[in-house]
Design a protein. Structure first.
Length: 232
């Protein structure tokens, strides 16, 4: 069980990183990562909602009817997001202002609803908690990296400390196009080092659906069987 838990944790960080591998949650990824701290704050907020929603949905999975499961999941997620929003507003108002509308939009983040539907609703509480934590950490790392790249190249600073002279700043990185470029560069580096990514199908990520894999495997087995029969 311990190995399973750790596997779910590392799975979200590397093999199935929601940003770099699955390419999910692109709206906050591209919108709020103008600085390292903004990316980190959004990542942590999403990670908390993701982990606790997984726990609650796993606990209630035998009670929630299949007919109303999606509305029920959204109510649970919305409650957690509202809690996080109120805590940020009360204790870190500057971050609350910086993240703005993207905090309540965590409710419709496809990573959270996807893990609820595909994993938490089918597995026990501990495993679901580790799955949510792993995905949350992976998302936080991705947003923090993108925020770091955009801040240091666009504003020439890290956490408010200037490290690059103003004349060398690439202003485009703090604008919308810079978000796409930073994501593209980091994904390209993944491919360069043969790490799993959505654009590197040969390194652990899947470019087709599981059903297609099953069909392909079945066809290969059938061909192999026919080939063997012909030899006989």
């Amino acid at each position: 069980m311990k190995n399973q838990n750790m596997e779910r944790l590392w799975n979200g960080i590397g093999k199935e990183n929601p940003t770099f591998v699955l390419m999910l949650g692109m709206c906050p990824t591209l919108a709020v990562t103008t600085s390292l701290i903004n990316g980190f704050a959004m990542g942590i907020s999403t990670a908390l909602v993701l982990m606790f929603s997984n726990i609650l949905i796993s606990l209630l999975r035998k009670i929630i009817s299949d007919n109303i499961r999606i509305p029920a999941y959204i109510v649970i997620i919305a409650t957690l997001v509202t809690t996080v929003q109120m805590l940020l507003q009360a204790y870190i108002p500057s971050l609350y202002t910086a993240l703005g509308i993207y905090i309540p939009l965590i409710v419709v983040n496809c990573i959270i609803l996807g893990r609820a539907e595909s994993f938490a609703s089918k597995n026990d509480v501990i495993l679901s908690a580790f799955d949510g934590l792993g995905m949350g950490i992976g998302f936080t790392i991705a947003l923090t990296l993108i925020g770091f790249v955009r801040e240091i190249l666009g504003a020439g600073s890290v956490l408010g400390t200037v490290v690059i002279p103003e004349k060398y700043h690439i202003t485009a990185f703090v604008l919308a196009p810079g978000a796409f470029f930073a994501l593209a560069v980091l994904t390209a580096l993944q491919n360069k080092f043969k790490a799993p990514s959505a654009t590197n199908g040969g390194s652990g990520s899947c470019s087709v659906g599981c059903g297609s894999c099953g069909e392909l495997s079945g066809k290969k087995s059938l061909v192999a069987g026919n080939h063997g029969n012909k030899k006989e």
